[in-house]
Design a protein around this ligand. Structure first.
Ligand code: ZN
Ligand code: ZN
Length: 333
């Protein structure tokens, strides 16, 4: 089948004045070109993934680079068979990569040393380095660099605290950080430097660039790279080392398929092999099967929630309903 579509991944930390107006203008541009995707805009810069035909994406890159602020924008290009998004969003945010105000860094003022894929590959094999995955646990789960640490963080904001608590004894080591396309490391390396680490390196262009490099071809990356669009994951290692590192939640067999739980009120993304998807009808757990069996339709669940709210207020005697209410609340959280 022909690959007539492209997915573009890009970011730039550059001051965008009147960023709210910029959002509206940029959305119009994207819609005019017929692109799909998700773009975040803040005063500190832009971060986007968009997809479209070869012509549409080319026109987009050309137009963006006409703006002097983005003339040197690096677009990572993936070929695809279809659009990677259903809609087009351009959203305004306070920042494109969010840290607590006291931890925030400006990558244009403080940033680690960039490594090209070949340099990164050589550095990975030294024994005086600590390799830190700069992403979330579900991203690490289906694929990561061999020997990388999975930080115990639920979101990016928790990184500074985690670094202080877990790595402060290793300030003499070389720190290597990586993420999907490089944007998170722009700030993460600054955080390491602010915490007193002297030698901090990051993989330029992230995992996706590393996988496309003709020399290293993704070597030493195990599993797949999670991406935030409908493809869910992409291949990185193009050598015979290619393998599956994650396991099916139900049977434990190697699998790198992420699916969303059939229970709409849960919708939890979990790794599930093809066989188990059929067997468990896409449910993540027996609790979710039970939940949907008890409250089969969404309307029924909503009516029940409303009813339970009333009981909670006016009738303390309905203990059974209270228990159900607690369960619903837990599932809602
Ligand atoms: Zn399975
Ligand atoms: Zn579930």
């Amino acid at each position: 089948m022909e690959k007539e579509y492209r997915v573009l991944l890009y970011y730039k930390f550059v001051k965008i004045e009147n960023s709210k107006d910029f959002v509206n203008e940029h959305l119009s541009l994207c819609k005019e070109l017929g692109l799909k995707g998700r773009i975040l805009v803040a005063e500190e810069g832009i971060n986007g993934t968009v997809s479209g035909t070869v012509e549409q994406t080319q026109a987009y890159m050309d137009t963006v680079r006409e703006d002097s602020r983005f003339s040197d924008m690096v677009f990572k290009i993936d070929e695809a068979r279809e659009n990677a998004f259903k809609k087009m969003y351009v959203r305004h945010r306070n920042s494109i990569i969010t840290l607590l105000p006291e931890d925030d860094v400006n990558p244009n003022e403080k940033v680690g040393t960039y490594l090209k894929p070949q340099e990164w590959y050589e550095m990975l094999q030294r024994d005086d380095v600590i390799i830190v995955d700069g992403r979330n646990d579900y991203e690490y789960e289906i694929g990561h660099f061999r020997g990388a640490i999975k930080p115990q963080v639920k979101n990016f904001k928790q990184f500074p605290k985690w670094i202080e608590e877990n790595l402060s004894e290793h300030k003499d080591k070389k720190i290597l950080t990586y993420c999907t396309g490089g944007i998170r490391c722009e700030k993460l390396t600054g955080v390491f430097l602010n915490h007193g680490f002297n030698e901090v390196y990051h993989l330029e262009g992230g995992i996706v660039t590393y996988g496309k490099d003709p020399e290293v071809q993704g070597k030493l990356f195990d599993g797949k790279c999670y991406v935030f669009d409908e493809r869910i994951s992409v291949k990185v290692n193009n050598t015979e080392e290619d393998m599956v590192v994650s396991k099916c939640k139900h049977c434990g067999k190697p699998s790198d398929r992420y699916i969303n739980c059939t229970n709409d009120d849960c919708h939890d993304q979990h790794i599930c092999c093809e066989e188990c998807e059929k067997t468990y009808e896409g449910f993540c757990s027996s609790e979710c099967v039970e939940y949907v069996r008890k409250y089969p339709s969404r309307d029924a669940r909503l009516r029940l929630k409303k009813k339970l709210k009333t009981y909670e207020k006016y009738n303390q005697k309905h203990i059974k309903l209270f228990e159900a209410a607690k369960r619903l609340k837990k599932l809602d959280a």
